[in-house]
Design a protein around this ligand. Structure first.
Ligand code: ZN
Length: 120
């Protein structure tokens, strides 16, 4: 039962002078219960806010890379990024252009996951 609705009903039905002590005690109990609920909700809210803050802080930044010719590219940037690292961790890892004779396994090397890539 909603304690405020009960109080309103009692006041309307009997007038404030006729409200019985049992009703007042019931309302006090209900308010105590509500205060306890508010306290628990505040605690839960605080815990969840902290969890959300940590989650946001841990989230890797998004770089909006485009996948093209087997590699990832950023608009206006002519050097490619590693598609494996970007798909796995959302980190933009710039590939290293391989010069002869190191280009035997691919034109580019990812310095993080050590995968070789060819353009196209
Ligand atoms: Zn990589």
């Amino acid at each position: 039962m909603n304690p405020l609705k009960l109080l309103e009903d009692l006041v309307v039905e009997h007038g404030s002078a006729k409200i019985q002590k049992t009703h007042i005690d019931f309302l006090k109990d209900q308010i105590t219960v509500l205060q306890c609920c508010v306290s628990q909700l505040e605690s839960t809210n605080s815990t969840l806010r902290e969890r959300l803050r940590k989650s946001e802080a841990d989230k890797p930044p998004s770089h909006d890379l485009n996948f093209k010719e087997g590699l990832c590219w950023r608009e206006g940037d002519d050097s490619p990024f590693c598609p494996g690292c970007y798909d796995g961790t959302r980190k933009a890892v710039r590939l290293t252009k391989q010069q002869p004779p190191w280009d035997e396994f691919g034109d580019f090397l990812c310095p993080i996951c050590k995968q070789h890539f060819n353009k196209g």
